[in-house]
Design a protein around this ligand. Structure first.
Ligand SMILES: [Zn+2]
Length: 292
């Protein structure tokens, strides 16, 4: 699977060759940092092109006559604010920065950032509330968009069901220990989150499978190639859901590809993530956790 949400490397090369200016103004910085490593420094360190070589700046050609236009820099603003480099994937227990229940859309969880054992949403409802097949509980704020996504998927012949939804700290600990007992700790770390590190504890993450079957998605060679998996990968963002661990992105997501694991971040942020071409972990770092 080639995630279409990511800008192909060839496109980056063309853009960089065409205009160094565009590197800073068009590309998401995280993408530039990752894909141009060894070729170009992060956008903040790229020498500004000389005025003579710079194309007309869109920031100053918009016809906005407000006084503030006079101080608009001659470079279009980066679509995402500057942030330190994304932390490498490490196993740690650093309390995540945005850990209030109201922070659900920006709470960054990975192999290092963690929630406390007592984090538990207070508005959990059965997934059936959204009319979707399956088990478990989700936060009530997910229901409307989950219902809309379920109806659209079924209309497209790509019906899905919920395999697993909210998991508290204790149940995640049990699952992780099962993985350790089955395949050892090294394998378990790649396959499953340690307790406190799972997005399922947010009450907004779902493991999905195909409707009408009891077969978990991970028992398919690649569930992302099934009608439901493929439809969700391409369309879930329209309903506020993002694929947390896309294929080929383990170095930045910290987990193996999971075609079935979707996290609800709301329609606006899901669209921003889609547009940025960044994985959710990169995008959250760039727009929240990595900012001072
Ligand atoms: Zn999951």
């Amino acid at each position: 699977m080639t995630p279409t949400s990511h800008v192909p490397a060839q496109v980056l090369v063309v853009v960089v060759a065409a205009s160094g200016m565009l590197l800073a103004s068009v590309l998401p910085q995280g993408m530039a940092q990752r894909t141009t490593q060894g070729v170009a420094a992060p956008a903040d360190d790229v020498p500004r092109p000389s005025a003579s070589s710079a194309p007309a700046s869109p920031a100053t050609s918009g016809g906005n006559s407000a006084p503030r236009a006079a101080v608009v820099p001659d470079v279009a603003p980066d679509p995402l604010p500057a942030a330190p480099a994304l932390p490498v994937c490490a196993y740690d227990d650093v309390p995540t920065r945005f850990a209030a229940l109201s922070d659900w859309s920006v709470t960054l969880l990975d192999t290092s950032f963690t929630l406390g054992p007592d984090y538990r949403p207070d508005d959990l409802v059965p997934v059936g509330t959204a009319g979707v097949e399956g088990w478990g509980e989700i936060r009530a704020l997910v229901v409307d968009d989950l219902r809309a996504m379920d109806e659209a998927a079924r209309a497209a012949g790509a019906g899905f069901a919920v395999q697993s939804a909210f998991r508290d700290h204790t149940s995640q600990q049990e699952i992780f220990q099962e993985w350790v007992a089955t395949i050892g700790e090294a394998g378990a770390l790649a396959e499953s989150a340690r307790p406190g590190h799972s997005e399922h504890q947010l009450g907004t993450a779902l493991d999905l499978r195909s409707a009408g079957t009891g077969t978990p998605a991970w028992e398919h060679p690649d569930w992302g190639q099934t009608p439901a998996g493929a439809w969700l990968r391409e369309n879930s963002w329209q309903y506020g859901f993002v694929l947390s661990y896309p294929e080929g992105q383990s170095a930045v997501t910290c987990y193996d590809y999971e075609s079935w694991h979707f996290r609800y971040v709301g329609r606006e942020m899901a669209e921003q993530m889609r547009t940025s071409g960044l994985t959710p972990r990169e995008h959250l770092w760039r727009t929240s956790d990595g900012l001072t």
